[in-house]
Write a protein that binds this ligand. Structure first.
Ligand SMILES: [Mg+2]
Length: 277
């Protein structure tokens, strides 16, 4: 948004100095889905930062998983959002210790308190009950990665072990406690009413690095990214490895990337920078 108003096209950089801000998903976008490689994206990422752009990582991963990644990419000074927008973490000034995140939704403690009651009536197993070894057995994660994935702040994945028909009743009970249930690949996820779009809105309103005039970009590949794609001036859709798009954007100003993962991510961002240069 430029001066708080959504525009249909990019502002003219000759007339107005704008700060470009990009919110990006990780898996399948900045990172390859298969091997988590981000190297093809680095030249575009470096150019974006040289231009004074802000790059905000927005993932369903936990703070513990994302913090090393943000450092590896040299993006510590920028904020990030974790657990699907449930946590926003400010950027770190040079030499400053990592700042704690702000939980926007329900805290994990609140979620676990509700789940403790529901254990009386339903059969399920959540991350709070699982050891690292058990999570490794349930997923393809390494022991180190599983340990980081277990360090949650505002969402709780669970394995449903009850009859499938009882899931509707379970969802109703969660709704009564002001919680939501979404289906991931392997697990069901319990959380508060948070989205990546709401977290991006929070940052645009409150983070000092994001004040207008600005040009906002978001990059996503899955329905869970749609809320942040809908929020920005230029949404970028990344296809899956089969070339299929799972998010909806309007073109222009939106861009459908020509390739999956970091290759398409970089090409789409370079197009925007070519116009801003
Ligand atoms: Mg993704």
């Amino acid at each position: 948004m430029v001066n708080g108003r959504k525009q249909a096209s990019m502002p003219d950089p000759q007339r107005q100095a704008v700060r470009p801000i990009c919110f990006t998903d990780l898996d399948g976008c900045l990172l390859n889905k298969s091997d988590y490689d981000y190297r093809p994206a680095l030249p575009a990422l470096r150019r974006w930062c040289r231009m004074g752009g802000v790059m905000v990582l927005c993932s369903s991963k936990t703070w513990a998983e994302m913090q090393p990644m943000r450092g590896e990419l040299g993006l510590e000074r920028f904020p990030m959002t974790c657990e699907n927008g449930g946590v926003v973490v400010p950027g770190n000034s040079e030499g400053q210790a990592a700042a704690a995140g702000i939980v926007l939704g329900k805290s994990r403690r609140q979620i676990l308190s509700v789940l403790k009651d529901l254990h009386q009536s339903f059969l399920f197993r959540s991350f709070a009950q699982m050891s690292v070894a058990e999570l490794v057995a349930q997923t393809s994660l390494s022991a180190d990665s599983a340990s980081l994935a277990l360090q949650r702040q505002c969402s709780e994945p669970l394995l449903w072990q009850d009859e499938p028909r009882r899931l509707a009743e379970f969802t109703q009970q969660l709704k009564a406690a002001d919680l939501t249930l979404t289906r991931g690949g392997r697990f069901l996820h319990v959380a508060g009413h948070t989205t990546k779009g709401l977290a991006a809105q929070h940052l645009l309103k409150h983070d000092a690095q994001m004040q207008p005039p600005r040009l906002t970009v978001a990059i996503g590949d899955a329905p869970i990214d749609q809320s942040m794609l809908d929020l920005v001036d230029i949404p970028i859709a990344i296809p899956d490895p089969d070339g299929v798009f799972h998010v909806k954007i309007s073109q222009p100003p939106g861009i459908r990337a020509s390739a999956p993962g970091p290759v398409g991510w970089a090409a789409a961002l370079q197009r925007i920078m070519d116009r801003l240069a």
